[in-house]
Ligand binder design. Structure first.
Ligand code: TXA
Ligand code: MG
Length: 322
């Protein structure tokens, strides 16, 4: 075990917070058997206490140690997709983790992340690690260690640096607590793949529909206003925004669109995978450049494109203030 991992394990055991890379986004980890540590995790995130957190497991973990009534669907998904960007929601095993992790609910979200540093940490720690994405509540998820430092500063005790995340959007979440598995969030594993493994169609949530508990339609938003536009309308809309004396960025799959000179081209990514991998960094870049508006053309639906379109819709959605 490297010094960095040994130190991270010590910090977790002492009730501290460790940010670590996964293949999707960086997580902010705490010991799920330590209520004080989990409360601090929620406080640092600025997250409502009813919003459940995923328990991350190592490769040797057994589903039955953390959940009860584990059905064949859950076992099949775990066998095929773990380690990987899939979270499986099951009925939690009473006493396995403190109530705070799941916001008091009877279910628990479980996932084995596919990143060598995360797996090393989980293996060395020896149990589950509770971890939401390592950003402040409602902001864009971090996909580099620098993003984590920028968001959380001194509120995190250790940040393990694993470079840029390979997938770039969060895990797909499948609720397996009933006989009919349901999608709670589209993400890194394509629903087409889940359907193939379960041999059944999954009900699709409509855009912006509140799915996973505590998920707001307005999640994943940068400060810049995000507008979803068709490729054919990007140039004209950019011109309009610039004539209002506002700054504008454009985000779309290549090939490049001929846009007014003063607009900022974010990317362009060359395929849906690259779009996903770079999405949050581009939205952060828009904020760093102080852009007023980002015009985003979603990738075609299907596979990872569905997850990118979902995050863009959420970024574009403004909750009415209340
Ligand atoms: O890719 C990911 O899933 C990343 C990395 C760090 O693993 N984590 C992540 O965590 O995105 P977070 O906390 O930002 O989002 C977790 C989502 C929340 O929307 C939450 O509602 C849902 O998972 N979730 C967690 N436990 C659940 C449960 N018991 N039932 C239903 N949804 C649950
Ligand atoms: Mg999050």
């Amino acid at each position: 075990v490297s010094d960095a991992i040994a130190r991270a394990v010590e910090v977790l055991r002492a009730g501290g917070l460790v940010a670590f890379p996964t293949e999707t986004v960086y997580g902010l980890g705490a010991d799920p058997q330590n209520a004080d540590a989990v409360r601090r995790l929620f406080a640092v995130k600025g997250r409502p206490p009813t919003h459940p957190v995923i328990a991350h497991l190592g490769v040797n973990a057994r589903l039955d140690d953390w959940a009860i009534s584990v059905n064949d669907a859950a076992r099949a998904l775990a066998a095929v997709f773990w380690p990987g960007p899939l979270t499986i929601v099951l009925t939690r095993r009473p006493g396995a983790i403190v109530d705070e992790v799941t916001g008091g609910r009877a279910s628990v979200g479980l996932r084995v992340p596919d990143h060598p540093l995360a797996l090393e940490l989980l293996d060395a720690f020896g149990g589950a690690v509770a971890a939401p994405s390592a950003n402040r509540f409602g902001r864009v998820s971090p996909t580099t260690a620098q993003h984590v430092h920028a968001d959380l500063g001194d509120d995190v005790d250790v940040v393990l640096d694993g470079g840029s995340c390979r997938v770039g959007v969060e895990s797909t979440i499948i609720d397996c607590t009933s006989a009919e598995p349901a999608v709670l969030r589209v993400g890194g594993v394509a629903l087409e793949e889940v359907e193939r493994v379960l041999d059944r169609p999954m009900r699709r949530k409509t855009a912006g529909e509140v799915a996973a508990p505590g998920t707001l339609a307005a999640h994943y938003a940068p400060r810049a206003r995000v507008e979803i536009v068709d490729r054919a309308n990007v140039a004209a809309r950019a011109m309009q925004i610039l004539s209002d004396r506002k700054t504008v960025g454009v985000l779309h799959l290549g090939p490049r669109i001929d846009v007014p000179e003063k607009s900022v081209v974010l990317g362009p990514p060359s395929d849906a995978e690259e779009y996903a991998r770079t999405l949050y960094a581009r939205l952060r870049e828009a904020d760093e450049r102080g852009l007023d508006v980002v015009l985003a053309v979603p990738p075609p639906p299907g596979r990872i494109g569905t997850a990118v379109a979902d995050r863009l819709e959420r970024a574009a959605h403004r909750e009415p203030s209340h």
